[in-house]
Design a protein around this ligand. Structure first.
Ligand SMILES: [Cu+2]
Length: 250
């Protein structure tokens, strides 16, 4: 009995640490992802992320629990010999090979579904924005509205978009490989010269989101910053008229 209580006491600290870590993780927010998703597509990606985390946490707790139980249950007791020894157990081996395969297949199917949904481009987007990366900034062109926003390494360009509408980003590069990355969108796309990548996003939450180049592309790579400003459709229309008037007046 004395030995048991000492073993339990020894386990108290790691168990408390694991408990605290889980609690801290749970309190960090209802989303387990690194950023709060602000687009429809990001919501799906965050959901997939959460699924992976929950499955991993469940398996982790199960494995740690079984290890702890085995240590306590089969510890060496006074004057007793070794517990019964065996080399293999076929049903058990089939079980521990089968369960991971099933888990991987299920996670693969979910991943495949999310990737397909996120990569699907609409036939009739509400707005098209051509995104051109160059050393070392970005240019946002609105072909239908006749608006061009060009940044410099010292001045971040702002891409204004309406919320709740399907925005088609057509991404390309003028020189080397860059990468279009807005952390709050939870996805990024490498951009290549001579190639146009299409990416649809629907921004649900109004706000200003920081973006950056995520591919080392030269001396001022770190200055390739930009912002995406999501506003209501009415405010977007007002911004469009303001821009076109400004350009017309010049
Ligand atoms: Cu770059």
């Amino acid at each position: 009995m004395r030995f048991t209580s000492r073993a339990v006491r020894k386990l108290r600290l790691p168990v408390a640490a694991i408990g605290m870590a889980l609690l801290a993780g749970g309190c960090a927010g209802n989303q387990l992802g690194p950023e709060t998703p602000v687009t429809e597509q990001a919501g799906r990606i965050a959901g997939l992320w959460s699924l992976f985390v929950w499955v991993a946490a469940f398996i982790g707790i199960l494995v740690w629990g079984l290890i702890g139980w085995s240590i306590l249950r089969y510890r060496r007791k006074n004057k007793e010999g070794l517990p019964s020894q065996f080399r293999y157990n076929v049903p058990l081996e089939i079980l521990w090979t089968g369960i991971p395969i099933v888990i991987v297949v299920i996670l693969f199917l979910f991943t495949n579904r999310v990737i397909n949904t996120v990569d699907t481009v609409s036939q009739s987007p509400d707005l098209v924005v051509e995104v051109t990366a160059f050393q070392w900034s970005w240019q946002f062109t609105y072909p239908e509205q006749g608006i061009v926003v060009t940044g410099t390494p010292g001045e971040q360009p702002v891409m204004v978009v309406p919320t709740g509408e399907t925005i088609r980003l057509e991404l390309t590069s003028k020189d080397v490989v860059h990468s279009f990355f807005v952390p709050a969108f939870l996805e990024k796309r490498d951009v290549f010269p001579g190639m146009v990548q299409k990416l649809d996003i629907v921004v649900n939450d109004p706000g200003t989101y920081q973006g950056r180049c995520a591919e080392f592309c030269g001396v001022f790579h770190d200055r390739m910053l930009f912002q995406v400003e999501a506003v209501s459709p009415d405010e977007f229309q007002a911004w469009v008229s303001e821009q076109t008037n400004k350009e017309g007046g010049q």
